[in-house]
Design a protein around this ligand. Structure first.
Ligand code: PEP
Length: 262
């Protein structure tokens, strides 16, 4: 089954709304110059909440094919949840994606697999595609238990998800030891876990559902290493942190197919 690759840039807590506009303009120009075909590789930016409205205005005004999303979403619909952002609010801003359960949210905000699954289902209920993050820490990797750990996370997140909700989800495998460290997993490391995730989805649902779900790799992805990772059969894109703040570098990541044919 053909899955359209997705390259998503997680800006984390970087760029105010003016800087966000400048980056999106530069990225859009770089991709236009390169005649990028968005139907071949989908491209998304994930700015902080405060920049989403500005990105929306630019994307709509310039009719850009770039998609955008949020770095988190509330499980709640509305009400007394100070600091939370409801999925309905993100849908109103035209968000296509919401990251759920990034390792930094799990670490600093104590999010667990159940909460991540609830966030994903809340997003889907409002037409937003969740990008749910899973990944093992360095100690687990050293013990060789990465597949076991990640499959526990997948089970917890998809616990009550229907096949339709599963189909509406993107998964990002992000080994924590590779995030922001410059330490990138080898293509074989990425394939081992992404393949195991797809296998577990086939057990939880069926092969057709498993084959329809995009599984991204994330962790120190750059233009120089993305092509090798993307050539693995169960890797359908990348969640990119640091390198997505550089429009030239991110546009080169998006155009990884040119590195393959070069
Ligand atoms: C991330 O934040 O999801 C990430 C993968 O970061 P980096 O690319 O900087 O490792």
């Amino acid at each position: 089954m053909a899955r359209t690759p997705l390259m998503a840039g997680n800006w984390k807590m970087n760029l105010d709304h003016l800087e966000a506009i400048a980056l999106v303009q530069k990225l859009a120009w770089a991709l236009k110059d390169a005649k990028h075909d968005y139907s071949e590789v989908e491209v998304a930016v994930i700015p902080p909440f405060t920049s989403i409205r500005s990105v929306q205005t630019l994307v709509d005004g310039e009719k850009l094919e770039l998609k955008y999303g949020a770095q988190d979403v509330s499980v709640h619909e509305k009400g007394a949840y100070t600091g939370e952002i409801a999925p309905r609010m993100l849908a109103k801003l035209g968000c296509t994606f919401a990251i759920c359960g990034h390792s930094e949210r799990r670490l600093y905000h104590a999010e667990n697999d159940w909460v991540v699954g609830e966030k994903a289902r809340a997003a889907i209920a409002h037409g937003i595609t969740p990008i749910v993050c899973v990944g093992e820490n360095l100690a687990i990797r050293r013990e060789g238990r990465q597949v076991e750990r990640v499959l526990i996370q997948v089970d917890g997140i998809f616990n009550t998800s229907t096949p339709e909700q599963a189909r509406a989800t993107v998964i990002a495998y992000e080994p924590i030891w590779a995030i922001g460290t410059g330490e990138v997993a080898t293509p074989a490391d990425a394939q081992e876990v992404c393949g195991a995730i797809r296998g577990r989805l086939a057990e939880l649902y069926d092969q057709d559902v498993a084959d329809s779900i995009r599984i991204l790799y994330g962790g120190s992805v750059k233009a120089s290493n993305v092509a090798a990772i993307m050539s693995e059969p169960d890797v359908d894109g990348a969640l990119v942190g640091g390198a997505s703040l550089d429009p030239e570098e991110f546009s080169a990541i998006v155009r990884y197919q040119q590195h393959l044919s070069a």
